[in-house]
Design a protein around this ligand. Sequence first.
Ligand code: FPP
Length: 246
Amino acid sequence: MAITKQTPLALDPARMPRHVAIIMDGNGRWAQKRALPRTAGHKAGAETFRRIATCCKNLGLEYLTVYAFSTENWKRSEDEVSTIMRLFETYLHEAIDTMERDHIRLKILGEQARISPELRRLIAKTDEISAHYDGFQANVCINYGGRDEIVRAAKKFAALCMEGSVTPEELTEGLFSGLLDTAGIPDPELIIRPSGEIRTSNFLLWQSAYAEYYFTDVLWPDFDEEELKRAILSYQGRNRRFGGVK
Ligand code: FPP
């Protein structure tokens, strides 16, 4: 089904995805179009994340995962990287109050050794608060790469083998999934990439095995509730066969 701006956005409540993931792309181009520095695009992108997380919660989704900073994004200028890291710190500071008020969970996915001690402290705090609640969960990927996550899980498995608590023959997909950053989180049914790029860029490589993808030209800071609904409507029109026949 072709979804256009005119398509009525009537979602089927019985066929809502549980988990939507988004590659937040296009902040730089959004800023460039307005003759602003790239960092202004990231600030606008952080606001969009806030709004879309609220929409997801209100639509009854259980999980939203966003790709905020990849293992490859360190290649950007020092100024851009430090602005994004400061945005994460500000966001987590503010999120701590919101989580307590709205009983939402926030989880940071990714490798933490390279991020600042302050950011690590804030992540520990949000983990502690999240443990008290069981409502909507937002996952923010920071210093995250799908391949890196799989390598780290493989190292954890090797360590378990070496200490004798498991043998290589006992490895199953389920056991391996439990060693990933997303342990306990269902795979996303829908992955959205705005900004006109049509690639997966190392995002949720293991978890996306059967995800439906939705690509749109809208730049991330302009992404809104209507765009989200359009993506979910497209998902609801798909015939998901998981390798079988329908
Ligand atoms: C991709 O757009 C965006 C990023 C690498 C950074 C994403 C960061 C945020 C949205 C801000 C903070 C988020 C939270 C959760 C507080 P791009 O810079 O690659 O855009 P371009 O392709 O147009 O250059």
